[in-house]
Design a protein around this ligand. Structure first.
Ligand SMILES: Nc1nc2c(c(=O)[nH]1)N[C@H]1C(S)=C(S)[C@@H](COP(=O)(O)OP(=O)(O)OC[C@H]3O[C@@H](n4cnc5c(N)ncnc54)[C@H](O)[C@@H]3O)O[C@H]1N2
Ligand code: MOO
Length: 424
């Protein structure tokens, strides 16, 4: 079960949820959306090789210190500082050789050095490894030209992590860095959360698949492929129901099918006020509840959040840029909560000056596709506007570098003002 009880009246026919007149702020809508979701509880234990892209379900701790044994950081000679009295150079016999993968040297007489290679175990009693560039090898002996500092070029047992130290917290997507950290600590298996089951469909009688011929009035379905690409994650199990025409019966059937197995249902289109915008009504008629709709954001005002059966429902607007933006700022954080992802998504935010002034109608928080351009004279990159109107111009997004965030009250942005940008 993925639902938690909200603290406010869930019936969205009331003003509070944003349906009548007053718009919800994005913060309010996001809080309500997040309150609908909690992390899927089931976990699975996977071999590390199959855990890529999955979400850690528990904190992972080392069982041994890392590194497990003192080892050489350079190719060179293991030595005792007590054998290097007075001023050098020092000439010492080479008593043996130890390479990475060899067991530690057993016999190492005082007054000698050991030839040692990077990663090889450093013998007990060694004070340092002198790198070979500071020595000259001769028949059976070596001339040492420098006295290393104590511990120089020795990686001591446990200096990386003590036994029991946390390698990764719960809620982390296993990418290349995380996989390497788990592997170096010897974790052959990892406990991850099960995949989040997401069902999607696009609504609209005008939609055809890319590659198909178009009759007059028809368009190619962009949102389906935007959603598919965005949800192509190893922690998502996707059911794609394709496109459904603006017919109440067909849409209700698609909603039923989608909610049979899904933790989250994401649709596009049909959430505005037109005669063929059926989605909020159908969700209610199917026994679902709507917790947020009509949000003071641009694009994306008609986005609709709630639940249906055991699934969280996110009805994104049909305009492709609106669908993209509402997925990024509303539906994706809810989905990440379902997946058990814990790391706050603050990584891809920058603050930058704008290149040119902009006048706009105040009232809604705006996410405007922009390019980030370096001035010809060099220096900080600046925000460059792309087009005055953009909700429907999805081709523009592919050439954008991010979304500039314009606070609701601003009617004028001056050249040189700083704005936050959500970078792609
Ligand atoms: N009288 C009003 N009309 C509209 C309002 C409003 O407040 N009052 N809001 C506008 C805003 S803002 C948006 S955003 C759209 C959202 O409408 P819907 O979510 O109901 O979307 P549709 O009407 O189904 O489609 C809108 C637009 O997008 C095209 N579309 C839809 N799906 C796709 C797809 N999968 N791929 C490509 N393009 C798609 C569709 O053909 C329409 O052109 O409502 C405004 N209207
Ligand atoms: O709110 Mo709509 O999403 O501007 O195009």
């Amino acid at each position: 079960m993925t639902l938690s009880k909200p603290q406010y009246s869930p019936d969205c026919s009331c003003d509070e949820a944003g349906s009548a007149g007053r718009l919800l702020s994005l913060e309010q809508a996001l809080a309500r959306g997040l309150a609908l979701a909690s992390a899927v509880e089931e976990m699975e234990r996977l071999p590390l090789a199959r855990a890529t892209g999955r979400i850690t379900a528990t904190a992972v701790r080392t069982t041994t210190p890392l590194p497990q044994f003192d080892n050489a950081g350079m190719d060179g000679y293991a030595l005792r500082l007590s054998d290097m009295a007075g001023n050098g150079p020092w000439v010492l016999p080479v008593a043996g050789r130890v390479a990475a993968g060899d067991p530690p040297a057993e016999c190492w007489p005082k007054g000698s050095v050991l030839r040692i290679l990077t990663g090889a175990p450093v013998p007990d009693g060694a004070d340092a490894v002198l790198m070979q560039e500071q020595a000259d090898r001769q028949e059976g002996r070596v001339v040492l030209h420098a006295r290393p500092r104590r511990d120089e070029n020795i990686r001591r047992r446990g200096e990386d992590l003590q036994a029991g130290a946390e390698i990764l917290p719960a809620g982390i997507e296993i990418g290349p860095r995380e996989a390497a950290a788990l592997a170096v600590a010897g974790m052959g298996e990892v406990t991850v959360r099960r995949q989040v089951r997401v069902a999607i469909f696009s609504t609209g009688s005008e939609l055809r698949e890319p590659g198909e011929p178009l009759a007059p009035g028809q368009i190619w379905n962009a949102n389906r492929y935007m959603l598919r690409a965005a949800l192509d994650r190893r922690w998502v199990a996707l059911t794609d129901l394709g496109a459904v025409p603006d017919d109440a019966g067909a849409l209700a059937a698609a909603l039923r099918l989608a909610t049979e197995t899904a933790d989250m249902v994401i649709t596009t289109g049909g959430v505005s006020v037109g005669d063929e915008d059926h989605m909020p009504r159908l969700v209610r008629e199917a026994g679902g509840e709507i917790h947020a709709m009509r949000i003071a954001m641009k694009p994306g005002k008609p986005v609709t959040l709630g639940y249906l059966g055991a699934a969280v429902f996110a009805g994104l607007p049909g305009n492709p840029v609106s669908a993209f933006v509402t997925l990024k700022v509303l539906a994706a954080p809810i989905l990440e909560r379902l997946a058990g992802i814990g790391r706050p998504a603050t990584r891809d935010r920058l603050v930058m000056p704008v290149a040119e002034a902009l006048d706009r109608k105040p009232g809604r928080l705006e996410f405007r596709p922009v390019r980030l351009v370096a001035p010809a004279e060099g220096g900080t990159r600046r925000i460059a506007w792309l087009a005055p109107s953009y909700s429907a111009r999805v081709a523009l997004l592919a050439g954008a570098d991010g979304l500039a965030v314009i606070p609701p009250a601003l009617s004028h942005v001056a050249a040189g003002d700083y704005l936050e940008v959500l970078t792609f």
